[in-house]
Design a protein around this ligand. Structure first.
Ligand code: GDG
Length: 458
């Protein structure tokens, strides 16, 4: 029987269930149905004297095959090439890239080691689904080790235009490696176009007009598969009794003030300093919002070992302090900033209890927070989504108030518009957005991708 094998940098914990978020649950469900296998890093760094073995464990019918990384692998493959080269460059931030030969060497070696460990576990009929930028060369390494069945790759982050991609010295190798897959998927049509442009313009590739691309002696499916959320599950979380209590408590404490919410990993791609500046501008240009509107920004830490991340943290703390110092009062704090992760059901309640969802990344593959905010709203009295035009989600969620996150005045004006929007307009925008979020949920995303992977192999 054909099994599904999911490969990702980090392997999720099925026991955490709904708390782990839509993606882990959606992939976990597919794996459970098919008694599949999930392969990847276990999140540990090997201590001195430890052994680099693959650990196999079973949970709810799913086999988990995980391995730790050595300190050197972690530094070069994970922090180095993945997060100091690919992450910034693919988010158009070549100013933040840091090319060191040891990084790409480590990246290549880890992909080889993972392929070496995985190949013997792959049976002839299995479908392998590789996720994200850490594992771009994995398919080629699996092929080199005799894996012949269908392999798909999905990129969760943006794919940059060729002019940017070319700044990565190993761009040719990276793109050529992807042609070992049968299906390569992107979040948006824009990302897909960038990839096709690179392959056609720089590798003499040919497109057939039906989603197939031929280059390097191989024809593959190249499509956009916009990822979604488990909309109904998220909505149920937002409308539970517990959630109702939390929302009431929130409203009592904030004395009927308007709440603007932002939720993002503390990452320089998320546009957090610009967002705080826009909130400040709102208070300056539209003083009626003083003592009336509060920005609640939740920004849990990530990748703190990377320098750019500690810089953004300091900048954010400085901006928050300056706004609160200049505008705050004994009974009103304009910006509430939480630098910790909070439980997923609390997030769902906070989304429902907020009048504005402020999602303004400078660049984002999709952005699931935008979809979660929509799913959590009360249809009778919905909040307004203010969304960056540079988030993948903006390609679909066109009834949001779309803003340019580099334009502080534009964002302040959109915030003011959101805070003063009539009930009728809020309802009609929300109804349209809700339809879109439900139509393209995470299950549909998974089925479309896997459908193409099977059809292509048939
Ligand atoms: C990458 C791409 C793409 C955030 N803070 C907390 C928390 N979260 C949850 C959110 C949401 C998820 O994390 C973040 O997803 P995003 O899509 O917004 O962003 P990335 O983490 O950058 O994800 C992105 C995604 O992959 C999927 O393909 O959309 O573009 O960059 O679900 O709610 N969850 C909890 N506590 C928090 O404090 N529990």
């Amino acid at each position: 029987m054909s099994r599904l094998i999911v490969v990702s940098n980090r392997v999720a914990d099925l026991e955490k269930g709904a708390q782990s978020g839509g993606l882990a649950v959606a992939l976990g469900d597919a794996l459970k149905k098919e008694h599949g296998l999930w392969f990847g890093w276990d999140g540990n760094i090997l201590g001195n004297g430890g052994r680099l073995a693959t650990n196999l464990r079973e949970q709810e019918g799913v086999t988990f095959a995980t391995t730790p990384l050595t300190r050197e692998e972690y530094d070069n493959y994970y922090l180095g090439f993945s997060n100091n080269v690919l992450w910034p460059a693919f988010h158009y931030r070549i100013d933040l890239t840091n090319f060191e030969t040891s990084f790409v060497q480590g990246y290549r070696k880890v992909n080889q080691r993972l392929a070496q460990a995985l190949a013997p576990l792959v049976e002839k009929e299995d479908r392998v689904w590789v996720h994200d930028y850490h594992l771009i060369p994995l398919a080629a390494e699996l092929r080199a080790r005799g894996v012949e069945g269908p392999i798909g790759f999905f990129l969760h982050i943006p794919f940059p235009p060729p002019e940017i991609l070319q700044t990565i010295p190993e761009h040719d190798w990276l793109i050529r490696s992807l042609f070992s897959c049968d299906v390569v998927g992107f979040q948006t049509q824009g990302d897909r176009r960038n990839f096709v442009r690179y392959v056609v313009e720089r590798a003499g590739g040919k497109e057939d007009g039906e989603g197939r691309l031929t280059a390097f002696g191989k024809t593959i499916i190249v499509q956009s598969y916009p990822i979604g959320i488990d909309a109904q599950v998220f909505r149920d979380m937002a409308t539970s009794e517990q959630s109702d209590e939390l929302i009431q408590r929130l409203h009592r404490r904030s004395f009927e003030r308007s709440l603007v919410i932002g939720v993002d990993r503390l990452d320089y791609t998320k546009g957090l300093p610009e967002r705080l500046k826009a909130f400040r501008r709102l208070l300056e240009l539209y003083p009626e919002n003083r003592r009336q509107a509060t920005l609640l920004q939740i920004a849990p830490p990530t990748r703190e070992e990377v320098e750019a991340y500690s810089e953004i943290r300091e900048e954010l703390e400085g901006l928050t302090g300056a706004i609160n110092g200049a505008f705050g009062n004994f009974d009103w704090t304009p910006v509430r900033y939480i630098h910790r992760a909070i439980p997923r059901d609390t997030l769902a309640a906070l989304f429902r209890g907020s009048q504005v969802g402020l999602v303004t990344p400078l660049r984002d593959g999709m952005n699931l927070v935008a979809k979660e905010y929509v799913a959590a709203q009360d249809e009778e009295d919905p909040g307004v989504l203010v969304l960056s035009e540079f988030a993948g989600a903006a390609e679909d969620l066109v009834e949001a108030l779309l803003v340019n996150p580099y334009d502080i005045d534009d964002m302040a004006a959109a915030l003011q518009r959101a805070l003063t929007m009539s009930l009728e307009e809020r309802q009609s925008r929300h109804a349209a957005l809700k339809k879109r979020v439900w139509a393209r949920d995470v299950n549909q995303w998974r089925e479309r991708f896997l459908g193409d992977l099977v059809a292509d192999a048939a």
